[in-house]
Design a protein around this ligand. Structure first.
Ligand SMILES: [Zn+2]
Length: 510
């Protein structure tokens, strides 16, 4: 007899329905499984047969055939165990076939017959719901997470015995109703804790408004990390769609334990010791890396020049494509990485080159070598490059009132609304995403502005990418100020945030 059970496989951060076809017939004991399976699924046979035996069910003298369709999708992980088990138990006449209509089964089986939690239950349940399934059977430990999905009957099971009892008694459960429309987004840090640093505060506002990547260069201890951490507090308020996307990624990573949506933008800090797999994602059962954990938030790379050239080079395509393709045997997994990059580095190995108060002890060669690790194409992708200086003692005890994140955020949100209208018919959302055609269309300059920029272009020896970056930043500055046209003051300000030429020149003169 052939029985068909449904389950879900994850492709990146979304799921797809998998049909598990199981046939059990009398014959020489044999178990065959097909359907482009990863090694972890091939191990299912062993787990399931022992679990069934340990649950007091005889499985002798049976020929078992399992096919996971569609065949062109590669299946990885242990979450298919439960569906395969249900298929066998239906064939054995232990589970009532009629009771599993419109149901999805997700879970890993252990040798003892217990059902273990799996990762990614939230995106799997969201897929079940969107594909019109009524009920999902999941491991008890994943219950809190599954409950986040609306309009779905969720049945938690902890063992094969529990599963049989719940299906055969046709246990009734209510549809889950979950409201997160009025979620609160709270952060434990605020820009009002940043003393002085007016220029950096201004730059962070520009970064948040246009989603520009930025490089902070300065000696140790000036607060580069502290500032970057506060950047998420001035990003626009999270939307429902973004909350779901952030929570889905955390579900895949197995980070949801308390059954709450994640209502904070991620701030992910990485240092140069991170492995390539943890940075980009990967592994036998592909998992998202730091760049995907930072999706919709900030990726903070401290001591940028210390990162291996392999990591820095891979960053180029990630910044351009906003997603990563992880190649697997016969398949590819795609994860989103729409983060804003904030990179920080010292100006030289000792950290004090160009410092007004302390002397740099590095040789010119050492500095050149250090700087050359950050290649031109990477620096070019950092729309903003900023020299961060130490604050003066007087600024620490200044009586000047410091603006709160909430107030800065209001201006950022206003600038984002202008961009939303501007790019309504385009495939982009923010100024940082503009290509040269968008720039021609949306950053038109008047006569005076053109002359001003031409002078700078020749004097500072910009390349075309730097020229485009300046226009993008100028556009964001104009948006923050509610100006329809980019004027000379917008250009003059944005040029200040291009320190590369000045920076390299300084190196050469030394
Ligand atoms: Zn130095």
């Amino acid at each position: 007899m052939l029985s068909i059970i449904n389950t879900i496989a994850l492709l990146g951060i979304d799921g797809t329905v998998i049909e598990v076809q199981v046939d059990v017939s009398p014959g020489i004991p044999h178990w065959e499984m097909v359907g482009m399976l990863g090694t972890s699924i091939k191990e299912s046979k062993e787990r399931i047969s022992i679990a069934i035996k340990n649950s007091g069910i005889k499985l002798v003298g049976k020929k078992i055939s399992v096919n996971l369709a569609p065949a062109e999708i590669r299946k990885e992980g242990s979450s298919f165990d439960l569906a395969i088990t249900v298929g066998i138990l239906i064939n054995l006449g232990i589970i009532k076939k009629d009771n599993i209509q419109s149901s999805i089964f997700i879970g890993e089986i252990s040798y003892s017959g217990n059902i273990n939690s799996v990762k990614g239950v939230l995106p799997m349940c969201l897929t079940a719901q969107s594909k019109g399934f009524k009920r999902v059977y999941i491991p008890s430990q994943n219950m809190e997470e599954a409950k986040l999905v609306n309009d779905l009957e969720i049945v938690s099971v902890n063992s094969i015995k529990d599963l049989i009892q719940k299906i055969n008694s046709n246990i009734s459960v209510d549809k889950n109703i979950n409201k997160i429309d009025d979620f609160k987004e709270e952060y434990s840090v605020d820009f009002e804790e940043v003393f002085g640093q007016e220029k950096v505060r201004r730059v962070m506002e520009i970064v948040a408004a246009g989603k520009h990547n930025c490089l902070l260069i300065g000696p140790p201890g000036v607060g580069k990390t502290m500032i970057a951490k506060r950047l998420i507090t001035i990003f626009p308020k999270l939307t429902y769609k973004e909350v779901i996307e952030i929570t889905k990624i955390n579900s895949i990573l197995g980070n949801i334990r308390d059954g709450n949506f994640i209502t904070k933008r991620p701030f992910v800090e990485v240092n140069s010791n991170i492995t390539l797999a943890s940075f980009l994602g990967g592994g036998r059962n592909p998992m998202p890396g730091a760049i995907t954990m930072a999706n919709l938030g900030i990726l903070f790379m401290d001591e940028f020049a210390e990162f291996s050239s392999q990591k820095l080079e891979s960053l180029r395509t990630i910044l351009d494509n906003k997603e990563i393709k992880l190649d697997r045997v016969k398949s590819t997994v795609i994860y989103p990485c729409k983060f804003v990059l904030v990179a920080a580095m010292n100006p030289c190995p000792c950290g004090y080159f160009g410092d007004e108060d302390r002397k740099c002890i590095c040789s010119q060669n050492k500095i050149k070598k250090y700087i050359s690790k950050i290649s031109g194409p990477i620096v070019d992708r950092m729309d903003i490059q900023l020299d961060v200086k130490n604050i003066k003692y007087s600024q620490i005890y200044s009586s000047k009132k410091i603006e709160k994140s909430a107030d800065i955020r209001k201006r950022v949100e206003k600038a984002r609304r202008i961009q939303e209208l501007r790019f309504k018919k385009e495939e982009i959302e923010t100024n940082s995403e503009m290509d040269s055609n968008h720039i021609k269309k949306y950053c038109k300059l008047g006569n005076d502005e053109n002359k001003f920029l031409e002078k700078l272009y020749n004097k500072m020896k910009f390349n075309i990418r730097t020229y485009n970056n300046i226009l993008k930043i100028s556009r964001t500055i104009a948006d923050l100020e509610g100006k329809e046209k980019i004027d000379v003051s917008c250009i003059a300000e944005s040029v200040q945030y291009k320190i590369d030429n000045k920076f390299y020149k300084r190196k050469c003169e030394k």
